[in-house]
Ligand binder design. Structure first.
Ligand code: UDP
Length: 376
């Protein structure tokens, strides 16, 4: 049987986290030759993950430009990836999630009639401006893809509602849980991988730790200022410490500098590499975030997570009771956090470990489907 050549394309930190377990699973599968292409839409954060995952990309387009518009980014991705596909001529292109890289990778493959596999298919908020532009990016991939790897039954149902052939939808679990398990095992074997958090853990002993991440484009501006003011009010409490690995986007840093300054209870630190971030999740009591991936990881570790968005394409965490949508209203964020800090029963009701997003074997299922398609 001929070897199936699979080209996996990705560009950002979350894509790398969610695809490295899949790449490993494909590498371990007979009759599949996997190659990887990174666009480096987010250079620094992407490279952190590649290092930890010991993944050396075969092709690196290095397309990051400071402050580039979505138009320019998309145009460069489409032409750059088109050239890669012309040179590589893979049998299958694999993309993940909802980034510009995923959308342009799928489109460039479609223009060449190369089949596409979509990992984390079927997430929908129903609102094209929340999250923006991700909701439309992922909807563009859907009609193009041949294989839809839906993380949950909810995501699969969303695809069926869009008339995607049910035979092409595979509920696999989210590969982020595979990445989480793999990384925690590695930390167990090699505690040095997450040792950098030690001094902070010591400094915050005896305090309730709130882990914060924020980077959503649609929160830039007024939303981000309200988030900053809420963080300051939470950190004003003497029994609280805020651990805040900051996304490098200047739209986040500028407002945080202005509002938080050098608040003694806020540790504003560089983005953490993945093992350190997992260790930070383990260390924290609760999580305040607008991130997609963190909404999936926190419930798996039994950490209550307050989501600073109005809608979510990941309702499973909310339904399981570990996640709550709090928007970007200052009063709402502060009052929800204070309730969890002060009311032990309210905290306990949310702090139950759930894995609504998967069992850690999503990548093996995906590799199995790809291998089968190659045989038929
Ligand atoms: N993450 C990380 N270091 C950090 C913050 C987040 O490794 O300092 C990881 C986190 O574990 C999650 C992913 O990055 O898996 C989420 O990425 P991000 O929030 O940038 O994107 P989103 O998930 O919202 O697309």
């Amino acid at each position: 049987m001929a070897t199936q050549r699979v080209l996996v394309i990705f560009g950002t930190r979350p894509e790398a986290i969610k695809l490295f377990p899949v790449v490993r699973a494909l590498q371990a599968t007979a009759d599949i030759a996997v190659r990887t292409c990174v666009t480096a839409q987010h250079r620094g954060l992407l490279d952190q993950v590649l290092g930890i995952a010991q993944l050396r990309p075969d092709i690196d387009l290095d397309l990051m430009e400071p402050g580039q518009s979505l138009d320019r980014l998309t145009a460069r991705l489409l032409t750059g990836l088109g050239e890669v596909l012309d040179a590589e001529r893979p049998d299958l292109v694999m993309v993940q999630g909802d980034t510009a890289t995923a959308m342009a990778g799928a489109l460039a493959a479609y223009y060449r009639r190369i089949p596409v596999a979509h990992v984390e298919a079927g997430l929908r908020s129903g609102d094209i401006y929340h999250p923006w532009p991700e909701e439309v990016n992922r909807r563009i991939v859907a009609p193009i893809a041949r294989d839809h790897f839906a993380p949950t039954e909810t995501a699969a149902a969303a695809l069926r509602r869009e008339n995607i052939d049910p035979a092409t939808i595979h509920v696999t679990g989210n590969t982020v849980i595979d990445a989480l398990h793999w990384t925690r095992e590695r930390i167990k074997d090699e505690p040095g991988l997450a040792a950098g958090l030690g001094p902070l853990a010591e400094r915050f002993t005896g305090k309730q730790i709130v882990l914060v991440t924020t980077h959503r484009r649609e929160n830039f501006g007024g939303g981000m200022a309200a988030i900053a003011r809420s963080i300051r009010r939470i950190a004003d409490r003497d029994d609280v410490a805020v651990l805040f690995p900051m996304h490098p986007n200047p739209a986040v840093a500028a407002v945080m500098d202005e509002v938080l300054n050098d608040h003694p209870h806020v540790a504003r630190i560089e983005p953490l590499d993945y093992p350190h971030f997992i260790a930070a999740l383990d260390l924290s009591d609760l999580v305040l975030t607008d991130s997609g991936g963190v909404q999936e990881e926190a419930p798996a570790l039994g950490k209550p997570v307050l989501v600073m968005r109005e809608t979510t394409e990941r309702p499973e965490g909310v339904e399981a009771g570990t996640a709550r949508l709090v928007g970007t209203d200052e009063e709402r964020i502060v009052s929800e956090i204070f309730t969890l800090l002060d009311d032990k029963a309210a905290y306990a009701a949310m702090a139950r470990a759930h894995n609504p997003f998967g069992d850690g074997h999503a990548s093996a299922r995906i590799a199995g489907v790809v291998a089968n398609a190659g045989r038929s």
